[in-house]
Design a protein. Structure first.
Length: 418
């Protein structure tokens, strides 16, 4: 089939390449011309897609990248994988809307449009469908098909591959579901059909809300256990010996990425708009995590004070700046807020992260250094925010005068865990 994947980021590119590998003719569409030029040159910027894989589907002619909307004509299935950020607490669906208008102009009878972007329940049927109908002059469920299938990307995961993760699928009617499921059956090992788009939209938000709430609970417990003289990490290890009814979550400096800081709040916004009631669990969880960088700085300030120093004028090295271990993604990373607070207090802050690509370094907003023995020794304090595999933890522990370990990976008289 002729497939269009609109949006060639961390969700769209893996889907486009995989669809091309299984035999479809795929057009990867993105309005970012720099990104398109990179793709056309066979340079992948997504960690789960090796450049060699990208070049293989380019060379075979199964995949092409474009910023030209005219190249979308004649598609059988178009998949929307564009961002759905929050703006002032409300979902910003302008990317979805713009993409729907563009696809609608090229929509023909019998074709299907699938939304993968995470959003609140009702978006597919109440927002996407009407735009497609207006742009095309066709009727959804009569002339063309539509559905929702949430992305379940786990960047950098070694346990769950892209195609090995079960895929939820839905359609606006039975025929739409049949076509949507048929497409994804050829891309993923397992598909899970549900009764309609609203169920699939809510299911995705449940997945992320579950994680947000549990991480927040553990983070708050971490701030309360220390004053009680209890090692939260040992207590979590003890609780995790229960073989049922418990899922292990651990503390950290906060949450990041597009999903956890954003997606559950889409649901909270929907409940407030439609039902006039808050989603209290999500709002409390989000508030706890927003304040975790402040707690990290508080703990660091207390440690420096015990050493006869203050934050102002101290040389602080932040290790691991991405939001996830071994990832390259800086989106919504709590490290940015930790750095911002420390700089505001007068600290001399540096950051080290071997995973961040060269073209992303400007986004750090602080001087970047390598985690060498000399740099660590010269620091007054080191904060291990993310324990990437490429860090030499033994060397860090040996040379750092003091370490605030937010991941419970180090030990010794110069180490304090969050």
């Amino acid at each position: 089939m002729q497939i269009v994947v609109a949006g060639q980021g961390y969700v769209g590119l893996p889907l486009a390449v995989r669809a091309a590998e299984v035999g479809h003719r795929v057009v990867g569409y993105d309005v970012d011309t720099h990104r398109v030029h990179q793709l056309a040159a066979g340079q992948s910027y997504v960690e789960d897609v090796a450049s060699a894989r990208l070049r293989a589907v380019l060379d075979s002619g199964a995949y092409s990248a474009t910023a030209d909307a005219a190249a979308l004509a004649g598609f059988d299935i178009a998949v929307i994988t564009v961002p759905t950020p929050l703006r002032d607490g409300a979902p910003d669906l302008t990317y979805v809307e713009s993409c729907a208008w563009t696809l609608g102009e090229h929509l023909r009878p019998g074709a299907a449009v699938v939304l993968e972007s995470t959003t609140y329940p009702g978006t597919t049927e109440e927002l996407l469908l009407p735009i497609l109908e207006k742009a095309s002059g066709l009727k959804g469920g009569v002339d063309f098909l539509a559905g929702f299938s949430p992305e379940r990307i786990a960047p950098g995961s070694k346990r769950w591959s892209f195609e090995g993760t079960p895929k939820l699928v839905s359609g606006i009617d039975a025929k739409s579901l049949d076509v949507v499921k048929g497409f994804y059956d050829g891309v993923f090992q397992t598909t899970v059909p549900v009764s309609g788009p609203k169920v699939a939209e809510l299911a995705k938000l449940i997945e992320n809300t579950f994680r947000l709430v549990n991480i927040s609970m553990i983070n708050e417990l971490a701030t309360l256990a220390k004053p009680l003289g209890v090692n939260i990490w040992e207590a979590i290890d003890a609780a995790a010996t229960k073989p049922f009814g418990f899922t292990r979550f651990t503390p950290g400096p906060g949450v990041g990425g597009h999903c956890l800081p954003v997606d559950p709040l889409l649901l909270s916004w929907k409940f407030q708009q439609e039902l006039g009631v808050p989603f209290r669990f999500v709002e409390l969880a989000a508030d706890v995590n927003r304040h975790m960088p402040n707690y990290v700085v508080q703990r660091l300030a207390e440690a420096l004070d015990r050493r006869g120093m203050s934050v102002r004028g101290s040389r602080i090295l932040l290790l691991g700046l991405t939001y996830k271990i071994n990832a390259t993604d800086l989106r919504e990373s709590p490290s940015a807020r930790v750095a911002e607070i420390l700089i505001g207090l007068g600290a001399e802050v540096r950051g080290a992260d071997p995973n961040i690509p060269f073209n992303d370094r400007a986004k750090l907003q602080l001087p970047r250094v390598d985690a060498t023995a000399e740099e660590i020794t010269a620091s007054d304090a080191v904060v291990l925010l993310m324990d990437h595999a490429r860090f030499d933890l033994a060397m860090i522990q040996q040379h750092a005068p003091y370490v605030l370990d937010c991941r419970n990976r180090l030990s010794g008289p110069n180490v304090e865990v969050l």
